[in-house]
Design a protein. Structure first.
Lengths: 252, 271
């Protein structure tokens, strides 16, 4: 017998309409999932909605913002009806500015060495451990990797981070910026992020009958069956909504 | 913009200022009676080995203090009390302005580094994390000591006297071309205001190209050397450049006496 067919890993229910169905119940707890997408594809909104749904059920959540000031992020996200600002005030969603964290750690420099990477991983895991974070979003992991001088160090950083967070039972979305999602293109800026991550969700645009539509595709998710089809992603006032791509017809 | 010099000041200060020692002035001017040996407006550079007496020479240069309010010693390695004790020892005027940038740096930058080191080793406490989550902006008020130095020197009025001891501090923390560019501003200020500005730097603190630039900026370049002669230390100053007065180029051996601090002993003219 190769294994216990009835065993199923506990799931972190994302609460994002359509995504849990694609993942057959949610993201396996403690996974580090790469959410790779082009600009404007809905990565940040998806990440914040993931945290918000956790906070609504009383989970402690954290968001590390490296691409935009948290003030701006919160101003943009509070326009959505799914977002409740009191979760931030009550400490259920803890939003951290990465540049502030870097300043506190003496990491306000352009290039990180191994010690700096270790300090960053330790700080993030410290925060997760101390406040019992179960859902984490790092937006974006790409901008952190730009400070790391080579692929091996990027690999070390992501591996250590993923391992530490997994040990703490924290389900993590690592937002990654990519420029295109066509054909054989990488699903990450440096190519190594996708190899380290437990799961890969790709967000991009596809043209249908003259319209540019957003789509989401789960490329990989360790520990669960999942659909690998593309789903149309719509960003509504109440959050992200995924629907099967087929209803949009075939490409012209 | 031209500067109008007060005629009383012109009489009081004259065209030349003292280098900090009457005996040195006499050697440089070649006359027994003089009121100074350095043309006002000159920038001087003292460089050389550690322990050769450059730091004491900087204090001695400033001790002339024609106008203590317009005289400043900017030290990057000593504390105010250490400097004060030297001034008291030689009975030099203590009313001059003293700025200890090394102390300021330790207070501001090293405190921050120590705090960062604590976070890196010990991690964050819950209250640290709460504070971190509420901090939205990085404190950008970091002190630019190089700009501050330039502002300090260029705010001095006509006939000022200033010493910066030493440039090693700035060259080790800032881009060399930026330091040199700021020094050009200070040199121009000294020239326009008939001030006297002494810069010191260790021999190995800068690249050769930077050293050449520094020597080109300064009107007088003095190299301080220390060696052993038998069981005694042999200290000497080599005047390598003296703008418009090549006859002043010389090897001067000196000693430090309790009465006169740095005092010349023998002179060997180059030209």
């Amino acid at each position: 017998m190769l294994g216990n067919a009835s065993y199923e890993r506990d799931r972190c229910i994302t609460g994002i309409r359509g995504l849990d169905e694609i993942l057959r119940g949610g993201i396996p707890y403690g996974s580090a999932t790469l959410v790779a997408g082009t600009c404007g594809s809905g990565k940040t909104t998806l990440g914040m909605e993931f945290l918000m749904n956790g906070a609504k059920s009383g989970e402690a959540c954290a968001h590390f913002s490296a691409t935009e000031p948290s003030v701006k992020l919160l101003e943009n996200i509070r326009q959505y009806s799914f977002f409740d600002m009191t979760t931030v005030d009550r400490g259920l969603i803890n939003v951290f500015d990465m540049d502030v964290l870097f300043s506190w750690l003496g990491l306000d420099k352009s290039t990180f060495n191994l010690d700096d990477i270790d300090a960053m991983v330790k700080a993030i895991t410290d925060i997760v451990n101390t406040i019992g974070v179960t859902r984490l979003v790092i937006d974006s992991v790409t901008s952190l990797c730009y400070k790391i001088p080579n692929e091996q160090l990027i690999r070390d950083f992501l591996f250590k981070l993923g391992k530490s967070l997994s040990t703490l039972g924290c389900t993590t979305l690592l937002i990654a910026e990519i420029t295109s999602v066509g054909g054989t293109a990488h699903r990450s800026a440096f190519g190594v992020e996708e190899a380290i991550a437990d799961g890969i969700i790709v967000l991009g645009d596809v043209e249908r009958m003259g319209n540019l539509l957003r789509y989401l595709q789960v490329v990989k998710m360790r520990g669960t069956d999942h659909s690998r089809a593309k789903y149309a992603l719509e960003i509504t006032r109440s959050g992200v909504m995924l629907t099967p791509m087929l209803k949009w017809g075939v490409s012209q | 913009m031209s500067i109008n010099f007060d005629s009383d000041d012109e009489d009081f200060y004259g065209d030349m200022g003292s280098i900090g020692s009457v005996k040195f002035d006499r050697i440089l001017t070649g006359t027994p009676h003089n009121t100074g040996s350095i043309p006002r407006g000159f920038t001087l550079l003292g460089y050389g080995n550690t322990g050769a007496g450059i730091d004491l020479f900087a204090k001695q240069f400033v001790s002339v203090a024609e106008d203590p309010e317009n005289t400043i010693l900017i030290s990057t390695s000593e504390t105010t009390s250490e400097i004060l004790s030297v001034y008291k020892k030689y009975d030099w005027p203590t009313e001059i302005r003293v700025r200890t940038m090394g102390e300021e740096y330790n207070r501001e930058v090293l405190t921050k580094e120590l705090e960062a080191s604590k976070y890196r080793i010990e991690g964050f406490t819950l209250s640290d994390i709460q504070k971190l989550a509420q901090t939205r902006f990085v404190d950008q008020q970091s002190h630019d000591f190089l700009t501050d130095l330039t502002t300090q020197v260029t705010s001095l009025g006509p006939y000022f006297r200033a010493a910066i001891d030493s440039l090693d501090f700035f060259y080790s923390r800032f881009d060399a071309s930026r330091v040199t560019s700021m020094l050009r501003i200070m040199q121009a200020h000294a020239q326009r205001n008939r001030g006297l500005l002494l810069l010191t730097v260790s021999g190995d603190a800068v690249e050769k190209s930077t050293e050449r630039e520094l020597m080109a900026i300064c009107d007088i370049v003095m190299e301080f050397e220390v060696g052993m002669r038998g069981s005694d230390f042999d200290t000497r100053m080599v005047i390598r450049r003296f703008r418009n007065s090549p006859e002043n180029l010389a090897f001067i051996t000196f000693r430090v006496t309790p009465e006169e601090a740095i005092t010349p002993e023998t002179v060997e003219r180059v030209a």
